[in-house]
Ligand binder design. Structure first.
Ligand code: HEM
Length: 424
């Protein structure tokens, strides 16, 4: 196969190879703009005093991260567009604020996701997952630098800090991290971009557009089978749960040893209380307002249904999508954790960061569930019931779930609750 960089000129062997570089078309270095990339490592230690060997690694590591962030955002924008097909109006926004960016109006009604695109969504989400795995691991390379080596050039960096990474913030916002869920110091992260109107514009846009979480919720709320006039999954599921809890209570009461009986009874009580929070919309919403749950009520129901019936052909890919979304959340948390550990190793737990935060203490606080966008998917396991208690599908429902059709059809479901930007 001809190399695309050589403009279709067939490969040549031996001495004739020399002629290839003479031919029209682009050379490797030109195509990849290596003149720019490979000259972008400016060691401040060399400029100010004596070159510190490890500063090179420090710069390359950060640059590699930023390049991968760029690729993740690129994939994420197209995944969001696939979840939110618009009549040719949704151009994935770019970082540079160029004119192809059109912000998406608030509360716009979602279009139906064409199910033939779920494989493409899955492919891109999996790619993001693999990149994140790499990013989690990459921390270990930088850890080969010792704290003493870092100390030798750290002062030159001030006030530069990863806190000012625009792409990291865009990534968080595009996934669905919300301002009010950030820890206090982080709520004012936009301050650091004050002198860069393009960055501010990109951030504003990323906060206003429907996030991936929002789009996923809209899609989940339309899961076929939720409609109470049709299969009524939620009603059937509640009856199964009531039966299960009654059986467990009966079993607990039969225990002859008081200690064991009390243990089992309190276990059943806490399960009852947990289930109550998903069967009462107001309890659910109270948890949402405290940031302990993120999904709309209808989206949560869709996620439970897909999880329980994941073996049905039409739910197989949606279930894999939910798994990938959890992987993304979980890998970002792992990255935060590895980064915090590295920071403690490099500067301890008492020094301020170059960006002005409390350093280790601030970063440790970002490890909380508040930053998990798909928190509800992690917690779904609380609401699983044994296979034999899963409500059997009706013949009509079985048929509906046995074939993929053109989309989560709105007629499948009247329960078309929308996830607005305000309520995610
Ligand atoms: C020696 C290595 C590193 C040290 C000591 C370090 C230190 C810190 C500190 C102290 C903060 C808190 C903000 C501040 O006050 O400065 C921070 C934030 C951050 N750093 Fe690093 N960092 C290191 C490497 C990296 C690398 C390789 C990346 C990759 C891009 C990175 C990305 C970030 C990001 C995105 C934040 C913001 C996190 C948030 O606010 O949730 N850091 N870093």
């Amino acid at each position: 196969m001809a190399c695309p960089l050589s403009d279709g000129i067939p490969e040549q062997h031996g001495q004739e190879n020399d002629q290839v570089t003479e031919s029209p078309g682009m050379l490797y270095g030109e195509y990849l703009r290596l003149d720019k990339i490979l000259t972008a490592q400016r060691l401040l230690s060399a400029e100010y005093s004596k070159e510190v060997h490890d500063e090179h690694l420090f710069i390359i590591t950060h640059q590699a991260y930023e390049l991968w962030f760029k690729q993740i955002i690129y994939e994420l924008d197209t995944v969001k567009a696939l979840f939110n097909p618009e009549p040719s109006s949704y151009d994935p926004p770019s970082l540079n604020g160029s004119s192809n960016n059109r912000s998406v109006p608030k509360n716009r009604l979602p279009q139906v996701l064409n199910e033939s695109r779920t494989l493409e969504i899955l492919k891109r989400l999996n790619r993001i997952v693999l990149i994140l795995k790499l990013l989690v691991e990459q921390v270990t390379i930088l850890e080969t630098m010792t704290p003493l080596d870092f100390m030798a050039f750290r002062d030159y960096l001030c006030p530069a800090s990863g806190f000012q990474s625009l792409q990291f913030r865009l990534l968080e916002n595009k996934l669905g991290v919300k301002q009010e869920h950030r820890v206090k110091y982080n709520q004012s992260y936009t301050r650091v971009f004050g002198r860069d109107p393009k960055a501010i514009e990109a951030i504003k846009r990323s906060e206003e557009e429907p996030s991936l979480s929002c789009l996923v919720q809209r899609w989940l709320a339309r899961t076929p089978g939720l409609d109470s006039h049709d299969f009524d999954f939620w009603g059937k599921y509640k009856r199964s749960v009531d039966k299960l809890l009654a059986e467990q209570e009966q079993h607990a009461r039969k225990q002859t040893k008081e200690q064991l009986r009390n243990y089992h009874l309190s276990n059943v009580r806490s399960r009852q209380a947990a289930f109550e929070t998903i069967f009462s919309e107001s309890l659910h919403n109270a948890l949402v307002s405290r940031g302990e749950r993120k999904f709309t009520y209808a989206a949560l129901q869709g996620a439970v249904m897909i999880t329980l019936y994941r073996d049905e052909p039409r739910f197989s890919q949606p279930h894999q999508i939910l798994t990938s979304l959890m992987d993304i959340d979980s890998l970002i948390t792992k990255w935060r954790y590895n980064h915090v550990l590295m920071v403690q190793r490099m500067i301890g737990s008492q020094q301020l960061g170059t960006g002005g935060s409390s350093g280790y203490q601030y970063l440790k606080s970002t490890l909380s569930d508040r930053y998990k966008v798909f928190l509800d998917l992690f917690n779904l396991s609380t609401f699983l019931i044994p296979r034999q208690m899963i409500p059997p599908l009706t013949k009509q429902m079985k048929t509906k779930l046995s074939i993929a059709c053109n989309g989560w059809n709105p007629d499948d479901n009247q329960n078309n609750s929308d996830c607005t930007l305000e309520d995610t």
